[in-house]
Design a protein around this ligand. Structure first.
Ligand SMILES: Cc1cc2nc3c(=O)[nH]c(=O)nc-3n(C[C@H](O)[C@H](O)[C@H](O)COP(=O)(O)O)c2cc1C
Length: 326
């Protein structure tokens, strides 16, 4: 089995403003195996902007996939190359985001209406790099929401060299709905992903949308190659320890306890501070660490209040443990 296929059983979704490198470093402490995705980075930003800064990540985050946005095959090929050179394990193309800002740049979910253009983008990227090119898509857009529409999209894009599809099992409505509503209102139709897998058994199919328990992950994995988790992993990061134990029994693993995670993150915070990173940029992703635990609310309040006037050298995260002693 390809190494990435193993990791792909569970992945943490690309989420703008959320899955940045600090968030990924934190999540990796909880699970050595889940595949992590970056936030979406546009191909244009990488080609014309500060690629080194945008692509920066630490070796500990592996395996990690870079998500790109764009619709210009040459730009995307160049951006994919930069991603490969920076040592990402996979390049993913975002064909699922319905935000108006993204549509005006002519990429994201609106590209489902132009499968040939997506195929051209994938072909150009696959030509440029040796790592896998994958596509994250919805089950349809607006009135184009039949099974046949999705099947034809997948067939066209697979022909261009994409062997892995991540299917957010909702359609996207391109007008009249915010991105947030578009993640909640359209109904989830997991059956569509199952049918795609039956019709294209050689493709790896990963399902995404509304999944928040290891039981659900296990049920999907009976039919599919992977499950991508977004909001649940961010808001309940410790759940990844359970996922690691149950979904990757082949890996020898001892779950860390929360205190160990805090100690490691305290060291990380200090290393980041030496590079000029503000503590809040790191701690803001950790708010779910004690979700559902006794004292969790007090811990979050302590962190939110103290982070404003703490420097990273102040052992903020170690001090936060005192909340549980009182
Ligand atoms: C804050 C936030 C930002 C997101 N940004 C992206 C993004 O950059 N690229 C993308 O493909 N999807 C993005 N999404 C969608 C998620 O990847 C995922 O498809 C969606 O949240 C459904 O999965 P879930 O129900 O497990 O959260 C974002 C979602 C959230 C909540």
């Amino acid at each position: 089995m390809h190494e990435l296929s193993y990791h792909r059983r569970v992945s943490v979704a690309p989420m703008m403003e959320w899955t940045d490198r600090h968030c990924r470093y934190f999540l990796r402490l909880l699970s050595p195996d889940v595949l992590l995705y970056t936030e979406m980075v546009t191909a244009a930003a990488l080609i014309h902007g500060d690629a080194d800064r945008l692509l920066e990540f630490r070796a500990e985050e592996h395996p990690v996939a870079l998500q790109l946005g764009g619709s210009d095959p040459a730009l995307l090929a160049g951006a994919a190359k930069l991603g490969e050179q920076a040592d990402y394990n996979e390049i993913n193309l975002n064909i699922g985001c319905p935000s108006p800002r993204v549509q005006s740049g002519s990429f994201g979910a609106c590209l489902m209406a132009d499968p040939q253009l997506v195929a051209d983008c994938v072909a150009a990227m696959a030509e440029a790099v040796d790592i896998p090119i994958t596509v994250k898509t919805r089950i349809g857009i607006d009135d184009h929401d039949s099974y046949e529409f999705l099947r034809d999209f997948v067939a066209t894009v697979a022909d261009a060299g994409c062997e892995v599809f991540i299917i957010h099992a909702r359609k996207a409505l391109l007008s009249g709905m915010s991105p947030k509503e578009n993640r909640q209102a359209p109904p989830l139709v997991y059956e569509r992903a199952y049918r795609i897998k039956q019709e294209f058994p050689n493709l790896a199919i990963v399902v995404n949308g509304g999944i928040d328990s290891t039981d659900q992950v296990g049920a999907h994995l009976e039919k599919l190659d992977g499950v991508m988790i977004g909001r649940h992993a961010y808001h309940h990061p410790f759940w990844l320890c359970q996922a690691q134990r149950q979904i990757y029994p082949e890996t020898k693993y001892t779950a860390p306890d929360r205190e160990q995670v805090l100690r490691q993150m305290n060291r990380y915070l200090q290393e980041c501070a030496a590079q000029g990173v503000r503590p809040h940029a790191v701690t803001r992703h950790m708010m779910g660490l004690y979700a559902g635990e006794a004292g969790g609310k007090r811990w979050r309040r302590f962190l939110s209040e103290q982070v404003q006037n703490s420097d990273a050298g102040s052992d903020l995260l170690l001090r936060s443990l005192a909340v549980f002693a009182s």
